[in-house]
Design a protein around this ligand. Sequence first.
Ligand code: OXD
Ligand code: MN
Length: 617
Amino acid sequence: MTIIQHSRGSTAGSDEPQGRSTTDARLLAWVDQVAALTKPESIVWCDGSLAEFDRITRLLVAEGKLIRLNPEWRPNSFLARTDPSDVARVEDRTFICSAEPDAAGPTNNWRDPTEMRAVLDALLDGSMRGRVMYVVPFSMGPVGGALSRLGVQITDSAYVVASMHAMARTGREALELIERGESWVPAVHSVGMPLIDERGRRVDDVAWPCNETKYIVHFPEDREIVSYGSGYGGNSLLAKKAFALRIASVMARDEGWLAEHMLLVRITSPEGQAYHVAAAFPSACGKTNLAMMRPALPGWSVETIGDDIAWLRPGDDGRLWAINPENGFFGVAPGTGMGTNPTAVETMWGNTIFTNVALRDDGDVWWEGLTDTPPAHLIDWRGEDWTPESGRVAAHPNSRFTVAAAQCPSIADDWDAAEGVPIDAIIFGGRRATNVPLVTEAGSWEQGVFMGATIASERTAAAEGELGELRRDPFAMLPFCGYNMADHWAHWLRMGERLGASAPAIFRVNWFRKGEDGRYLWPGFGENARVLAWIVRRLEGEAGAMRTPVGLVPLERELDIDGLDVTEADLDELFAVDPEQWIAECDSTEEYFDRFGNRVPQALRAELASLRYHLTL
Ligand code: OXD
Ligand code: MN
């Protein structure tokens, strides 16, 4: 029989300091219950200290699960290579187990919670045999902040513990709040590869333990998360998508706030006026690039507050305030280079965990897009020799860097202010080769919610599926909304009523429109500042706009294109609204809305009808 002991130390290894478990009876009972089911060899309570990070990473290096990069180039940094089958979020294995299927809605995979618990209990039974079970208390948002929330993740992956050091505020301070009686979200994670088999024999570990069977499960009513079978970030760092979006979106609906898949930035005009913008883009649409943008327009600056998730809540002044609940970035590496996102490159100078990028002969890392010319030889993400002639990518398209936000050169000084920042504008974006203009302003909150509800994007590597296929991704929340998406739209409409005249303005952008010849019409990256500048000037009442059926677009010459190599013809194409194509788009939106039946708010049906009407005028 396995003997479970609450280690008095705070991490694995024999040289650990004397630590403690917890005085909180509910937490202790839950940890004991999970341990009784999963049967780990020992339990370790994580304290979030640098010493703990050091011990964990040394252990992972010793076990061959992390490669320490050459400290001369990349101090205190590591490379992990996943199993080739465990490289992305698994949306078809992600479940929302609300009591009623309608509460999850047609865009989520629903399972009966009781049946799902039975399935998970069977899988978790003995799943941590021979492994260390780590208990990681964490806070999303600054510890103790009014908008912050607590959680505890149990995991049998030391890689997850090390990554959580960057991604969330882990350890003692969060635990102390739990011990003072604050509520918290329990999250259980197991890679599903015990080190002792059914006959009690020890089996060898592998560099990336995982299981072919995967379940990423959310119990929204109980505010609980269970993840089995995958070690990959989106599936295993449960504080992020699982908690801060899927479970938090349900909390937010019930408590009158918003948990959104949005970056947060502060834009400062040449006159020194600061504005805060929250922007939702589907996965891998250049969100990190926008969050860390270096404006090409002189005099303008962009500071980073968050790159992926925002929690927004009406403040005492009636405005919408937002925090970035995360502590770090889990960014896509390929395509991140000195030309495209120098700030991100500088952020990962050290203290970074890379996953599935390529290893250089000098012990540093490389990925497609980091430099124009690839090194002559690399070890690719699968651990195989690679040369530019190999005919395959060196880094996995969804390879990642995990690094603390505080390391980002463009991070705002007050990025982690407990009260957050007041939001002036909300932007919805997608990757659309056709139809959607470079920038459109919503004429009303309802039209803005309609824009959010109708975001669509070409498929990317962050989730499985056919690349290039158009997928609807309302509010960029398709894989992240813990409840019925149509109810999410209704929640946004209610929020607009509550905010009234203090509501932020809403805009839609599309950096990815292509000409008939297949060429991108807009240069993107730092030049997107020109669009942000127009948005700011609109907020200030300084820029003109022209009504089109799909929203307000810049009046001719109001978008600053000075010095930009974009022809008049390209500009016309960037803003073209072709009624015929838009009517086809309306038909497809109607079909999409119909999937949600009568849960679609009347105001959105009215927006669709009004769009059709204006297209036929
Ligand atoms: C992410 C995603 O990893 O959205 O941020 O997929
Ligand atoms: Mn994301």
